[in-house]
Design a protein around this ligand. Structure first.
Ligand code: DDH
Length: 286
């Protein structure tokens, strides 16, 4: 008797956990990048893939991985994200059944959890789409702007004030690079660990315009080693935004809860899922 032929491979939770584990292992192995981790730039890739969503026309979002193509990959806001896409290539080669779109988001989930952030429930189901699905330039936020711009950009995705402030807490992580955005420096002293430090620093430090030839940004008066973008400072200038900053500065659990919820929504914008079920992956240190 012949062995029963296997049907098409249908990946399950365990298979996606294996991809998660491979990302976590690669993060640990490649600790010679930036402040010691690819985590921040992986998160930024997942966010820029998702943040192009337009609720009105239902275009953009993480379904498609269209940043692989020149028009979108070359948008100014995406400068430097090739580092994250290249980081994930060997993992895509090892698990060819996963789509780029699902992998980039899984990379973001793994980055957050491995940098000691909250659990981010995940659903697979994104498909890769061709170049004709690239979004127009200008859908991602411009750091030189104010609260009106933040509300316009994130409002277009369908978010409210609370989510806008919670999502901004991602700037506890990573740094600005002069050869990417033109801005320079990290927001916190621990740019590879997710905490509510960003909100604390916004409120507790004295910030002044940095004197340099680069774009307008703030630096902390005390050490001159930390930075804030004009859009970051808008969160404490605006009364409603400031209320949430104060809440998250006092309460890391509240930040983690709202951040996890908002990121889960962000990562799913515009994706036609076939399932309601979300999975929570084990972290490398669980
Ligand atoms: Fe951001 N971000 N971001 N950001 N972001 C930059 C870096 C990182 C804005 C501008 C910049 C979010 C929101 C905003 C991360 C995550 C998230 C840089 C520097 C600029 C500029 C890029 C470079 O030079 O390499 C603006 C403006 C906004 C806004 O809300 C108005 C959100 C919502 C997230 C998120 O993840 C949910 C991360 C992580 C980085 C660090 C990247 C790195 O390479 O390090």
């Amino acid at each position: 008797m012949e062995a029963k032929p296997k049907g098409p491979f249908v990946p399950k939770y365990e298979d996606y956990q294996k991809v998660y584990d491979a990302v976590a292992k690669a993060l640990e192995e490649h600790d010679n990048y930036d402040d010691g981790s690819y985590g921040p730039v992986l998160l930024r890739l997942a966010w820029h893939a998702s943040g192009t969503y337009d609720a009105l026309t239902k275009t953009g979002g993480s379904n498609g991985a269209t940043m692989r193509f020149a028009p979108e990959g070359d948008h100014g806001a995406n400068a430097g994200l090739k580092a994250a896409r290249d980081f994930l290539e060997p993992i895509k080669a090892k698990f060819p059944w996963i789509t780029y779109s699902d992998l980039w988001i899984l990379g973001g989930v793994a980055a957050i959890q491995e940098m000691q952030g909250p659990k981010i429930p995940y659903r697979p189901g994104r498909t890769d789409r061709d170049v004709s699905f690239c979004t127009p330039d200008g859908r991602l936020p411009d750091a030189s702007k104010d609260q009106k711009h933040i509300r316009a950009i994130f409002g277009r995705m369908g978010f409210g004030d609370k989510e806008m402030v919670a999502l901004s807490g991602a700037h506890a992580l990573g740094r600005c690079h002069t050869d990417r955005s033109g801005y320079d420096g990290p927001w916190t002293f621990s740019p590879t660990t997710l905490t509510n430090e960003y909100y604390k620093l916004l409120l507790e430090e004295k910030w002044a315009w940095k004197k340099w030839n680069g774009p307008h940004q703030f630096e902390d008066v005390k050490t001159k080693s930390l930075m804030m973008l004009p859009t970051d400072m808008a969160l404490i200038k605006d009364k409603v935004f400031r209320g949430y900053v104060e809440k998250y500065a006092k309460d890391n659990d509240a930040f983690f809860k709202d951040f996890s919820e908002a990121v889960t929504t962000l990562f799913e914008l515009g994706v036609p899922f076939n399932t309601e079920e979300r999975w929570v992956f084990k972290s490398s240190f669980d």
